[in-house]
Design a protein around this ligand. Structure first.
Ligand code: PMP
Length: 397
């Protein structure tokens, strides 16, 4: 067989891609061992039946052929209006490309701004696929480390230091509300990010796929900050807001000049999103706020439940979480790293969580817990996890 391109064989970097515990849990489940999975960001409800009915109606009406590659006009208009209303930044369909999910949008955004060998920065701890996405666009991934003690909020100085370490830094990817930490960047943090992007002439790629999961405070889009509209690409998705993960639909909101080349990229890669999925997204976005509130509600409730359980002990520390469907737990008091703790918890109690190391070295000694199982199972799992941590801390003391 001729050689494969290193572009594809090195996508995941060196060693474990951070999913070892997840795959081990899936193997146990396949062998018949029940496991409480608090690993991936997948809702425990399916897509609402009204959205499914619209998929069916649209497909039966014949929308099964090639759809417009940039997205159907009505959907682009609706996404633009939604963004304009939420951010106050004038936005039209000419700023919007519909993509097969946020992930395709992240890839397209990096393809748009990175030349081969340019450094693509992102904040650590990071959503596990970010380094691979930068590599897929022939860029050099460059994590910007942050501190647990600052709730992993990045500062101007941290971004500047990382930028100076790379002669060809071109873009910075941020994510608020954040996966894995559950933090929401306050205005001061976003101001520091914006200042760093302007000072070092970086594109800002703002992953806002969790913008409907805000439990405290408010979500601010950095595209709305002074001087940022022309250098910001916003990533959106229906996956988290409407439990449409499998429908693969999202978008990029960008300066109007950036959209035509992105359409060229889509023409040569995805060739657009199925028309019946676009119709269903249009239906969901215009159905009123109840749909998305009902999708977010279980996570709001479970976060409160989880915090009340964690309050009753002082071994496991919670990173101040304000949004998204995750909690980041500091388990350094047990003397174990996240990987070791997660593997032992899986073996001893059949509870699967993500080791913080999966999200970069800043996440070492932490765990990410997804709030994606029924309340009673979540409560039982957290009770077990905290007791397990307390026992470990006692043993190592
Ligand atoms: N960004 C973040 C931070 C995510 O957590 C995810 C999904 N887990 C995505 C983007 C991509 O989501 P999708 O492709 O389903 O829109």
């Amino acid at each position: 067989m001729p050689q494969l391109s290193p572009r594809i064989t090195t996508l995941n970097g060196d060693g474990d891609d951070g999913w070892g515990v997840f795959y081990r849990a899936r193997t146990m489940i396949a062998a018949g061992t029940p496991v409480t999975e608090l690993t991936i960001g997948e809702h425990d409800i399916g897509t609402d039946t009204s959205i499914l009915a619209e998929i069916h109606r649209s497909a039966a009406a014949g929308h099964t052929g090639y759809a417009m590659v940039p997205g159907v006009r009505a959907l682009r208009d609706t996404v633009a209006a939604r963004i304009a209303e939420r951010t106050g930044v004038p936005t039209t369909y000419e700023n919007i490309l519909i993509t097969p999910g946020g992930q395709a949008a992240l890839f397209a955004a990096h393809m748009a701004v990175l030349s081969p060998g340019d450094a693509g920065l992102f904040i650590e701890p990071y959503y596990a696929v970010y380094p691979g996405t930068v590599r897929a666009a022939s860029g050099q991934p460059l994590p910007v480390p942050t501190n647990a003690e600052d709730a992993f909020l990045p500062t101007y100085d941290q971004i500047s230091a990382a930028t100076r370490s790379a002669p060809r830094a071109r873009s910075l990817l941020i994510n608020t509300p954040n996966n894995p930490t559950g933090t929401i960047y306050p205005r001061e943090t976003l101001d520091g990010i914006a200042r760093a992007c302007r000072a070092h002439d970086l594109w800002l790629i703002s992953d806002e796929v969790y913008d409907t999961q805000v439990w405290e405070g408010e979500h601010l889009s950095p595209r709305a900050l002074p001087g940022m509209e022309d250098r910001t690409l916003v990533i959106g998705s229906m996956s988290k807001s409407h439990a449409m993960t499998g429908s693969r639909i999202g978008w990029i909101c960008a300066p109007a000049e950036v959209i035509p080349p992105l359409i060229d990229l889509a023409t040569n890669t995805t060739y657009g999103v199925p028309g019946y999925i676009q119709d269903a997204a249009l239906f969901a976005l215009t159905a009123g706020p109840e749909l998305e509130t009902s999708v977010a509600e279980p996570f709001r409730r479970r976060r409160a439940l989880a915090l009340s359980i964690l309050e009753g002990q002082d071994i496991v520390r919670v990173i101040p979480s304000r949004g998204a469907m995750y909690l980041m737990l500091d388990i350094r008091a047990t003397g174990l790293d996240g990987q070791d703790f997660a593997n032992r918890l899986l073996d001893a109690h059949r509870i699967a969580v993500m080791p913080g190391e999966s999200f970069g070295t800043s996440g070492a000694g932490h765990l990410r817990v997804a709030l994606t199982v029924a309340d009673d199972r979540l409560a039982a799992a957290l009770d077990t996890l905290t007791t397990f941590a307390a026992n470990l801390a006692r043993e190592t003391a």
